[in-house]
Design a protein around this ligand. Sequence first.
Ligand code: X8Z
Ligand code: ZN
Length: 599
Amino acid sequence: MKISHLALAAALLLPAAAQAAEPTAAEARAFVADAEAQLSAYSDKAQRVAWVNATYITDDTDAMAADAGAEGTLLQVKLAKQAARFNNVTGLDADTSRKLFLLRQAIVLPAPDTPGAAKELAEIATRLQSAYGKGRGTARGKEVVGNDIEALMGTERDPAVLKEMWESWHKVGTPMAADYARLVEIANAGAKELGFADTGAMWRAGYDMPAADFEKLIDRLLAEVQPLYVDLHCYTRAKLNQKYGDAVQARTGPIRADLLGNMWAQDWAGIYDVVAPKGAGDVGYDIGELLVSKGADPLKMVRYGENFYSSLGFAPLPDTFWKRSLFTKPADREVVCHASAWDIDNKDDLRIKMCIKVNSTDFVTIHHELGHNYYQRAYKAQPLLYLNSANDGFHEAIGDWAALNVTPEYLVKVGLLDAAKVPDASRDIGLLLRQAMEKVPGMPWTALVDKWRWGVFAGATRPADYNKAWTDLRLKYQGIIPPGPRPADAFDPGAKFHIPGNTPYARYFLARVLQFQFYEAACRQAGWTGPLHRCSVYGDKQVGAKLNAMLAMGMSKPWPEALKAFTGSDQMSGKAMLAYFAPLQAWLKQQNKGQKCGW
Ligand code: X8Z
Ligand code: ZN
């Protein structure tokens, strides 16, 4: 464990006698227990304030959220500094030393001791998140709210309108740039006081391994799966070229970012119809259309999600979940529509906040959010500092893993698809391509978001270069370019929720990898012998029990132990994902023959 600057300074200033009086292991244990009590009392109140702010954005709730945020930062930073006093205590038990480490490291945006810094940081963070929530773009000259413009990117096919939507939405970021630069300054000063080089280094330290190794892990995993992305990019580019012609999408080079069916080109399922193999190879159904044909509304969609987890043996969601969640966008007020899952009291007050639309994207997102809620409930008996997933990627992976089990055969079992319409093996390529369009583009995307932030926090990317660095990373990793030249004052990162929302993003990269590892392991446990992508563990209580055992560990053990408990391996690896898509990758290589792939 590193010795913080603070601990060193304190040691140098103290007279020799006092230096000898090192705190004891018993004192460390008592400190941790007290810290957990303080954090617990704060958390209940803060969660309620944050919920009200996110579901009813006004100047007043912004002010309240900023107040609560500042109080939380002060508390966390105070505890982190006090925890550093115990760095050199010998004879600590494993739990106390893990908790001391978590106290020192698990702060997203630390503030320095400078008077007013925590308050300024919290005000900026609240302003940024609310500005995003209130954001608007236009389509055909008409104003469109964020949630609607997001969905419209998946269905609109006129390239001029797509460009208009993409460019207008990205203006949401422009006024955020100065605030963001200031936020970086304050958080970095806070991280330094806690003994980290910068805020990015602090984030990277949260993975039970040296921060430098974590960066290497991301690069290793990305290198494993990027060839599959390049194959998909190549195939998709050819299809877009066929559809739109050379003037809109060239046959070589990068893809225009607005043509891929998603505002950030992070999930291309929206244009599956553009790339679908013709005739017999196609899937033959769309989950969104099935839901509409069955008259499913947002609430019904959440019930389908709950039913999946119930089938594994998880208890139904509590009544309060149904009473207190936000499922649809209220007509009369501003809310943060970006989906999230909450556990207000760290016990049973589970909720989701989503502006659900009846389509297949939101069907997957519902499973995703519920994964968070079932995880939260599974670890609720853990002490406060362990009320989290093994690492943050695990939290993001569970619900995505659940959605991987939504196979045609599963849809028949829950009454959404007629048995006669189950696609036979000749349509496997269609099924896999549909999944690949959803999952694979997320690999380079989820890696680059925090690569950008790490560069910003480290000072390698200066405010004047924020946008250029972002566009460069998008080109390097995703092979995409904006639909036109960017204005000098553009701040495109601000047009993605997690930047103004200050949610670390490497978690989604890890989740992409982990969900396939979980899926492969669960299918193995269930005795599945068919093609991997046709496996659904729906109804398998043994798999459910084993999953629950991993979830119940919370953050109490280093993540490799949790991973091993469920999958038998303690290594993150892209192999399961590659195995899942292997038949598709071979097919893509056939289709791409004669093309100059890459950009
Ligand atoms: O933000 C989310 C979830 C909430 S934790 C809806 N996701 C990332 C995103 O939307 O960018 C899930 C996939 C990646
Ligand atoms: Zn999530």
